[in-house]
Design a binder for this molecule. Structure first.
Ligand code: ASP
Length: 341
């Protein structure tokens, strides 16, 4: 066993210990936990000290926003939506404001949310004017008879439901615009897609929550991949691929979406826990560190189980990630120097 595995195992056992202490004190109530990610595309070489500080601050804000909800005894779904909305509003991540650009120079957003207790889910894809796509995904789940709405229809539904719409220019940031210009230049220079590093700015955001009732929820929101075209949709809004939750396990992914869709990655992690008796850590590592790279993809994921154990596998340079438990202390890490590696 590698020393990094040992570190995560001891972290998890400490966490389980502290969670079970809380559980003993309040026989039925669970100790709430929130786990988040801000994408697995972060690269040490290109991350300035200022960018790092801003990203860490945004992750902490998201953790506290979700924790407040859980501490007030509200459902996991509310915490997931609250944490993701904060990250969608932060320009540091590839979701909401700060989303990457399509080939045509637009920002096209996807999101999904799932309630582990009821199995209900909602998703939106290809929206251009919805300030917080995660809130629209939730409205689809709760206020429509459908699971997924796309494009203009999704925006018409947003308008009907009073979900905030903004001018498309709201999503534009100069950093993402420059990334598109670089990707276009590389493409024009004949580089194959797989070699275009700049097309892979995995900055998708996700959140998982376990509430005091012991219910899990999962959500994911993204701008997709730089230079995407033809209405491309990745894994993030696809239930089972980028987002999944049942009563035992919740997962949100970030990475090269085509591979996550083919692997049905989020569902596969939870299915391994449910049907194959694997621990959450084993299941998450098997899918993210072995199956997806073996197929040619890359990325990461966060996973949370109903017993409060969590996993943060990634096979890229880094993954923005964090968790917060009963004590309300936000834990944040980016590279292989903190949580879960
Ligand atoms: N998974 C996202 C997609 O393929 C990208 C990301 O994780 O940033 O659309």
């Amino acid at each position: 066993m590698t020393s990094s595995r040992l570190r995560i195992l001891s972290l998890l056992s400490c966490l389980t210990l502290s969670l079970s202490a809380g559980t003993a004190a309040a026989a039925t109530a669970k100790t709430p936990v929130l786990v988040i990610h801000g994408g697995a595309g972060v690269n040490r070489a290109s991350l300035s000290a200022q960018d790092e500080a801003e990203a860490r601050a945004a992750l902490e804000r998201a953790l506290h926003a979700g924790h407040q909800v859980l501490a007030a005894g509200r459902p996991a779904l509310d915490a997931v939506a609250a944490a993701i909305s904060v990250m969608e509003d932060a320009p540091q991540f590839n979701a909401g404001r700060g989303a990457v650009f399509t080939h045509d120079g637009r920002n096209e957003l996807d999101a999904s949310i799932m309630d582990g207790a009821s199995g209900r889910a909602g998703a939106v894809a290809g929206v251009h004017r919805v300030k917080n796509p995660i809130q629209l995904a939730r409205a689809v789940m709760e206020k429509s008879r459908h699971v997924m709405l796309v494009g203009d229809g999704a925006e018409a539904f947003a308008q009907e439901q009073g979900v905030t719409l903004v001018d498309p220019s709201y999503f534009r940031t100069d950093k993402r615009w420059q990334q598109l210009q670089k990707a276009l230049k590389e493409e024009a220079g004949g580089q194959a897609h797989a070699d275009i590093e700049t097309a892979r700015h995995f900055g998708t955001v996700g959140a998982l929550a376990l509430d005091a009732q012991g219910h899990l929820a999962a959500g994911t929101s993204t701008g997709g991949m730089t230079n995407k075209r033809y209405g491309r949709v990745g894994d993030s809004p696809i239930i089972g691929a980028g987002t999944y939750a049942n009563d035992q396990c919740a997962v949100s992914g970030t990475g090269w979406g085509e591979y996550y869709i083919r692997a049905v990655a989020a569902y596969d992690i939870c299915a391994r826990v449910k049907y194959a008796g694997q621990s959450l850590q084993q299941a998450a590592e098997e899918v993210i560190d072995r199956q997806i790279p073996a197929a040619g993809g890359d990325g990461g994921a966060i996973a949370l189980a109903a017993d409060g154990s969590m996993a943060f596998p990634f096979n890229t340079d880094g993954m923005y990630r964090g968790w917060i438990g009963a004590d309300g202390v936000a834990h944040v890490a980016i590279f292989r120097d903190g949580i879960g590696e």
